[in-house]
Ligand binder design. Structure first.
Ligand SMILES: [Zn+2]
Ligand SMILES: [Zn+2]
Length: 266
């Protein structure tokens, strides 16, 4: 079936993915995508096995540039990057686009990844926040509200990543006033930037969630305020490029406008 559209959140063997960029391009062509955008994890300011090294990022840049030429006329390819809050902005002009994401909060001198494992997150909240999950959420969304400014993002990555393990290991009441106040403040700041928020199916394909990021309440809040949304897979292997896009596309109220908007941001 011809599906059209783009998938702009793609990882490869250059960071923590299982497939090469060329395997991802071929998967995108098989699924009938109009274009694919690569978003390798930018090098982090500290040791992070899931991110590219500086040397790896240079190789990644050369390889995706080579594929752009090789596949010209068959599928459109964009060379992007996923910039974590803690890496700042990439060199100007280096990439076609930037996804800005918060993967870690900082408490004192300690960095706590919110998406590594339920155990690491639980131990981190117990040890660093005295078990106060709402304090974690407040710190997480304070950073998230600044992610466009910090990273120069064109796309806002997985807005509520801190709920990755919520179905398996729930600690937050997602309708708690402290939780909703935290995300609404971040959403309001980001809505002012006009940048699109991802509907991200990555945690579904990895078996952690039954619905994409962000939570339906957040999607409705964004849509009611004119927020732009785009569908991304955050795929780490060729089998999950454009994962469940057909199923979740109706979430985008203005589904028809989506492809046009994706071209506009680029
Ligand atoms: Zn991410
Ligand atoms: Zn990602």
């Amino acid at each position: 079936m011809k599906m059209g559209g783009w998938d702009l959140h793609i990882h490869t063997t250059f960071c923590d993915g299982d497939s090469t960029p060329e395997e991802m391009v071929q998967a995108a062509m098989e699924r009938g995508l109009e274009g694919i955008g690569f978003s390798g994890h930018a090098p982090m300011p500290f040791d992070a096995p899931w991110a590219m090294t500086q040397a790896g990022a240079a190789e990644y840049w050369r390889e995706v540039s080579r594929l752009k030429e090789k596949y010209r006329g068959r599928i459109k390819i964009l060379l992007g990057v996923e910039q974590d809050y803690w890496c700042g902005r990439p060199e100007a002009g280096l990439y076609d686009y930037v996804i800005g994401s918060v993967h870690l909060v900082k408490k004192g001198e300690a960095f706590l990844p919110v998406d590594d494992s339920p155990e690491i997150l639980r131990q981190g909240v117990d040890g660093l926040y005295g078990g106060d999950w709402y304090a974690l959420a407040e710190d997480y969304f304070t950073l998230t509200g600044q992610v466009v400014e910090a990273t120069g993002a064109d796309v806002i990555g997985h807005f509520d990543l801190l709920t990755k393990f919520h179905e398996a290991d729930p600690h937050l009441d997602l309708s708690h006033p402290r939780y909703t106040a935290a995300w609404r403040e971040a959403a309001d700041k980001l809505l002012e930037t006009g940048k699109p928020f991802e509907i991200n199916t990555g945690a579904i394909s990895r078996g952690w969630r039954s619905a994409p990021y962000p939570h339906g309440d957040i999607i409705r809040y964004l849509q009611a305020r004119g927020g732009r949304l785009i569908l991304n897979s955050d795929s780490h292997s060729a089998g999950t490029v454009a994962f469940q896009f057909d199923q979740w596309r109706p979430l985008l109220e203005r589904a028809e406008a989506q492809d046009t908007e994706q071209k506009e941001i680029l």
